[in-house]
Design a protein around this ligand. Structure first.
Ligand code: SF4
Length: 348
């Protein structure tokens, strides 16, 4: 479990309501009833079922909008992210980028799509080839995806490093990843994600492996890049203490499904789904007075995704279960108000 922001670092960040969304209401990415199942095979027995990693996820992401996808480990958020990046096969449903279906793209269209999507990994050191210098790491995507000459590429690399504040640039170009601090490595990974001037950035737990003091700087940097470049961002995290500073909307995932969607402030101040309530109850506010406070979290573990429970997937842990309904019928998304939806029979 990673630490949340400290009181000092949290105080430096303005809340989500201060963020300009930059959205112009044009849909950039549309995910419809997406299902990603992984087949299980047992030695000598063959097919042994499917892991329902993503199971019926739908949402639209607008141009220039930052959203956060939040959930516990194993809820399917990383499988969803990898599918959006074009790395997992879609079992059912669709992902459209600017109206074009990912599943129908040939290899050149897919290559073009990937160049428009920047990816910031959780482990910055693991994300870079240890035998390549900073200069080579940033040069490679430019060589593969553009027709820039060496002087133009160097200029672009210098711009990218300056923008992520890895300076003086010339000192860093010949360095290898192990010669950089954790914060500098993450800035490098962000520079690489930005080097092709993407329209969408997928950031997978981008601060969870960093010290608390560096974490706030990286979040501020990501937000500055999002606003400056009118970037759409999908921020994947299990840490609710960081989402309020970054995203316009928050989607909560549980057992392969999105169970609640709302504007950031609305979700954090007025959660509806019992699971979201449980997640928020279990998140420490950055206040020293809360150090020994009792957390009333629901018992049990997330379900086995090979055989998810019938009906609402949260019903084995839910204190509000309505027998004969919640354990039988899967709740649809109920519209509550404005952009707030929850998949729970309490809001029928
Ligand atoms: Fe609880 Fe029923 Fe709502 Fe599921 S649908 S969260 S079991 S009340």
């Amino acid at each position: 479990m990673t630490e949340s922001l400290t009181p000092e670092t949290a105080a430096e960040m303005p809340v989500a309501t201060d963020i300009s969304t930059g959205t112009n209401e044009k849909i950039l990415l549309s995910v419809k009833d997406l299902r990603v199942w992984f087949e299980l095979r047992r030695f000598g027995f063959g097919h042994a079922g499917y892991v329902h990693a993503v199971d019926g996820v739908s949402f639209d992401l607008y141009d220039g909008e930052a959203i956060a996808i939040v959930g516990e480990s194993g809820c399917g958020k990383s499988s969803l992210m990898k599918t959006i990046l074009g790395l997992n096969k879609i079992t059912k449903g669709s992902i459209e980028f600017k109206g074009e279906n990912l599943a129908g793209m040939n290899s050149s269209a897919l290559h073009n799509y990937r160049s428009k999507v920047g990816y910031v990994q959780q482990d910055p050191y693991g994300a870079m080839a240890p035998f390549m210098t900073v200069s080579k790491i940033l040069d490679e995507p430019l060589k593969i995806n553009t027709r820039m000459n060496p002087a133009e590429r160097l200029k672009r690399i210098e711009q990218a490093l300056t923008e992520v504040k890895v300076t003086p640039v010339l000192d860093f170009l010949p360095k290898f990843p192990h010669m950089l601090s954790g914060g500098q490595q993450q800035r490098m990974v962000i520079a690489r994600a930005m080097i092709l001037d993407p329209q969408l950035m997928v950031a997978d737990e981008p601060v969870s492996m960093l010290d608390a003091s560096v974490r706030v700087e990286i979040l501020k940097l990501l937000r500055a890049l999002q606003e400056r470049h009118k970037l759409a961002v999908i921020y994947i995290t299990h840490d609710l203490s960081t989402v309020r500073y970054f995203s316009r909307r928050i989607f909560v995932m549980y057992a392969g499904q999105i169970i609640e969607k709302a504007k950031a402030d609305d979700l954090l101040n007025n959660p509806k789904h019992p699971y979201t309530n449980a997640l928020l109850t279990g998140t420490s506010e950055p206040d020293a007075n809360n150090a020994n406070s009792y957390k009333n979290v629901p018992p049990g573990e997330p379900p086995n995704l090979i055989k998810p429970p019938a009906g609402c997937r949260f019903h084995p842990r839910c204190p509000f279960i309505m027998k004969g309904l919640c354990d039988v019928e899967e709740p649809p998304n109920f519209h509550i108000e404005d952009e707030h939806e929850a998949a729970c029979w309490l809001f029928k």
